[in-house]
Write a protein that binds this ligand. Structure first.
Ligand code: C2O
Ligand code: CU
Ligand code: CU
Length: 541
């Protein structure tokens, strides 16, 4: 398969959708991953001279079980034949502790996979070598507010940020990525992301496939130009309102990804690391999926799904047994067609007309599994994986509603508000140690003007502790799109991101324990997040 090259004519023709679009688009710098043409940092400050950042820590670096150095810097990787692609990438070294705490992903822009055990103390010294402010966030981990990578802690080129925290999470597939306000989308797009895998005794006792049979896979979509360089938001404002959609699917940073396997069981950990694309995962031969885990680790017991709906930032862990396959066979993991939510501009046909984007809901191949080796390993799938204590709605001290809506001229909002660096509304305060129900209400469009009537799905993410999904309610207007994806939701277990479809209400319940301070909740469609579809909540003592 060859690369679909962005046609220059189309690019120019669609890049300016009008003055209003240009004005809003100007607020978010387009990505150019080269130091020479880097935009100013988003707070408008000029980069300060190198200065060590002092941050509160729970323990000294010397007390850490694992100490890592992570750096974010420009790099060039071979993605296509010919010219290498310029990217921004995390790289790292183990300063102290187990050498396998960091596993580089070969030939990729992905950052190294971090592997930790529950209860271990981690220290990370983050060195920033990019011409744009940034900070690392540990997606899904329960860490103190000062360690969470809130955008107010951004640092500039030449500066360092010291993290230290204990791994409180249960075994699971977490990840790390930048979180500077307004430019998270372009930075993740440029390559900044990596897996963060946590193990614990309970999980290890299960004897699930491990080592080379436990495979983390991140799915992302991108657009490349004729010189193999990444193109971000060629459609300008349209890409900001909808979220960026690429036309090439990369797995672990590689197109046309082939996964060689043996005839035995595997544990596949999938992360949707895309800026905005939702996948409806299905096998080419229609085999169902056996799901063993999601965002916050293992489920209580395996569950079956005909297909899997995976929204940005969500993770799914699959137990896939290739025992019955024969050597030489191939099976393709696809994204199946689904009904893209309609309304407003999408209904007007704008969605399908974008330059160089594969429309939301369009089918395509993601990766090919090639059965290459025979194996006699037949370790059975455990009937019970974990114990999950249900949080009872009766223990909730409050129910909060968060309305997700387009509110011109602000764009996508949460209860009509957009992000302000340290602002917290009264209803965004939570008492430490309490349990609350949060209800996300996707109203879709609102009012007149740009984006009026726009109906889009929003993958809602909360920092801090994982939540449980209580229930979903879908309106009649949103039913067709919902019906084409809902059998693929995996609402069991612990979650940190939940897809809220247009016309849908989703109630989640969680604890707010251990740490006070400012944490974020936001839409993980990164273009929406960058537009301000993000707010703080504050845990108060
Ligand atoms: Cu994956 Cu607030 O982020
Ligand atoms: Cu997060
Ligand atoms: Cu959104």
């Amino acid at each position: 398969m060859t690369k679909k090259t962005l046609s220059r004519r189309k690019f120019l023709g669609l890049s300016g959708l009008g003055l209003a679009a240009a004005a809003i688009a100007a607020c978010t710098p387009a990505l150019t991953p080269t130091p020479s043409s880097a935009p100013e940092n988003s707070t408008g400050q000029t980069p300060s001279s190198p200065q060590p950042t002092t941050t509160p820590t729970n323990f000294p670096q010397s007390a850490a079980d694992v100490s890592l150095a992570l750096a974010a810097a420009p790099a060039a990787v071979q993605i296509w034949p010919g010219q290498p692609t310029e990217v921004w990438r995390f790289s790292g070294t183990v300063l102290a502790g187990a050498a396998d705490a960091l596993q580089p992903v070969p030939n990729s822009y992905l950052g190294p996979t971090i592997r930790m055990k529950k209860g271990q103390k981690l220290h990370v010294s983050f060195t920033h070598e990019l011409p744009q402010e940034s900070i690392i966030h540990w997606h899904g981990l329960h860490v103190p507010a000062e360690m969470d990578g809130h955008p107010r802690y951004v640092i500039n080129k030449g500066e360092q940020f010291e993290y230290s925290y204990e791994i409180l999470n249960r075994a699971g597939t977490y990840w790390y990525h930048p979180h500077p306000h307004g430019i998270t989308g372009p930075q993740v797009y440029a390559g900044m992301a990596g897996f963060f895998l946590v193990s614990d005794d309970e999980e290890q006792a299960l004897g699930l496939p491990s080592g080379e049979y436990d495979i983390p896979l991140v799915i992302q979509d991108r657009v490349f130009d004729g010189n193999n360089q990444l193109v971000y938001r060629a459609n300008g404002m349209m890409d900001q309102m909808m979220g960026f959609l690429g036309n090439e699917i990369l797995v672990n940073g590689q197109p046309n990804f082939i996964l060689p396997v043996a005839t035995r069981p595997y544990r596949l950990r999938l992360l949707n690391g895309s800026n905005s694309r939702i996948y409806k995962l299905g096998w080419s031969d229609g085999s169902p999926f056996t799901v063993i885990g999601n965002d916050g680790g293992l489920l209580e017991k395996p569950v079956q799904r005909p297909y899997i709906t995976l929204a940005p930032a969500e993770r799914i862990e699959l137990w896939v047994d290739f025992s019955d396959r024969s050597v030489g066979e191939q099976i393709v993991l696809k994204s199946l067609p689904f009904v893209a939510p309609e309304g407003g501009m999408m209904g007007g046909g704008m969605m399908g007309g974008s330059a160089a984007s594969l429309p939301l809901g369009a089918p395509f191949d993601i990766l090919t599994v090639r059965i290459e080796k025979a194996s006699n390993e037949r370790s059975p799938l455990p009937a019970k994986l974990s114990t999950i204590e249900r949080i009872s709605p009766e223990d909730a001290v409050a129910t909060k509603q968060v309305v997700l809506a387009m509110r011109p001229p602000n764009g996508w909002t949460l209860n009509g508000r957009t992000f302000q660096m340290t602002a917290v509304a009264p209803e965004e305060r939570v008492k430490m140690g309490s349990i609350e129900i949060w209800e996300f209400i996707n109203e879709g469009g609102g009012g007149m003007g740009m984006g009026g009537g726009m109906m889009l799905p929003h993958p809602m993410h909360m920092h801090g502790e994982q939540f449980q999904i209580l229930d979903r309610q879908i309106s009649r207007a949103g039913k067709a799109a919902w019906d084409s994806l809902s059998e693929g939701f995996v609402d069991e277990g612990w979650k940190d991101t939940v897809l809220v479809m247009p016309g849908e209400r989703v109630r989640v319940i969680r604890r707010f324990a251990d740490f006070t301070g400012l944490f974020l909740y936001h839409c993980h469609n990164l273009e929406h997040e960058d537009m301000g579809m993000m707010r703080n909540f504050e845990i108060v003592a």
